[in-house]
Write a protein that binds this ligand. Structure first.
Ligand code: AR6
Length: 230
């Protein structure tokens, strides 16, 4: 066996199953194994968080973690090209000189990034509610619906509720279409700060507290992602 084959074998053993799964399908000779996290912009739709402030926090936390996350790629997703948060983040990423191989934006539905967009993501994040319940609209409703009932069961086994700023990592059950069709091995639920008076725990425009919680939310998300890579 060639040296290359031997090296490849070692690499596959030393990274997560998620990475092995992704790369074995696409390019079995590549040593450049990377694991991708796709995440929506937490709190900026239903939870009505200020987009400009949110975009700064996304970039600050992405900068902090992308240097720590070796062989990993972070992708901010939203449904449309008209997304205000995507445009803000895209232009600020250029200003900050962020490596586009480590962080980029993508337009697509987070529940069908591979099947409809050709983008392989091993891990996806959910902008969840504190009860970790399906429904409620937005990305939460989409993820629970696409995943099928087994994601709710797996989620309930780990946690019954989640405080704003926290994240919880769930292994996607092997019978879930998210796993079978999209190759998603983990969903990370994150609860962000809420500025919508119609939703629980409204911060009533307290952006000192809100920014602190949003920063914690992204840090917990990226820490959770790092824990999968180990
Ligand atoms: N794919 C990609 N991005 C999406 C999708 C999707 N399928 N759906 C929405 N987005 P939101 P929040 C984007 O409202 O503000 C729920 O009811 C959306 O355009 O999902 O944190 C929960 O149960 C926006 O950029 O999350 C909570 O109660 C981003 O995802 C509450 O909403 C987040 O929008 C959480 O509100």
């Amino acid at each position: 066996a060639s040296n290359e084959e031997h090296k490849h074998h070692l690499v596959l053993e030393s990274v997560s199953d998620a990475a092995a799964l992704t790369n074995s399908k696409e390019d079995s000779s590549s040593l450049d194994i990377s694991v991708t996290l796709a995440f929506p912009s937490i709190s900026t739709a239903d939870f009505q968080f200020d987009h400009d402030k949110a975009s700064d926090i996304i970039l600050e936390t992405v900068e902090e973690y992308s240097s720590k996350l070796k062989n990993a790629r972070l992708v901010l997703v939203d449904l449309t090209h008209k997304s205000k948060i995507l445009s803000l983040v895209k232009s600020k990423a250029v200003q900050r000189n962020i490596n586009p191989e480590k962080f980029s934006t993508f337009v697509g539905d987070v529940t069908c990034l591979y099947s409809k967009g050709g983008l392989r993501c091993n891990v996806i994040a959910n902008a969840a509610n504190w009860r970790l319940k399906p429904g409620g609209g937005g990305v939460n409703a989409a993820i629970f619906s696409a995943a099928g009932p087994s994601l709710e069961v797996a989620t309930k086994k780990r946690a019954n509720s989640l405080a704003p700023g926290k994240a919880v990592v769930i292994s996607v059950p092997a019978d879930s279409p998210l796993f079978i069709r999209e190759g998603v091995t983990h969903v990370i639920h994150v609860v962000g700060p809420n500025m919508n008076p119609q939703r629980p725990n409204c911060l009533k425009n307290d952006y000192d507290e809100g920014c602190k919680i949003l920063r914690e939310a992204y840090s917990s998300l990226f820490e959770g992602f790092a824990s999968i890579l180990k």
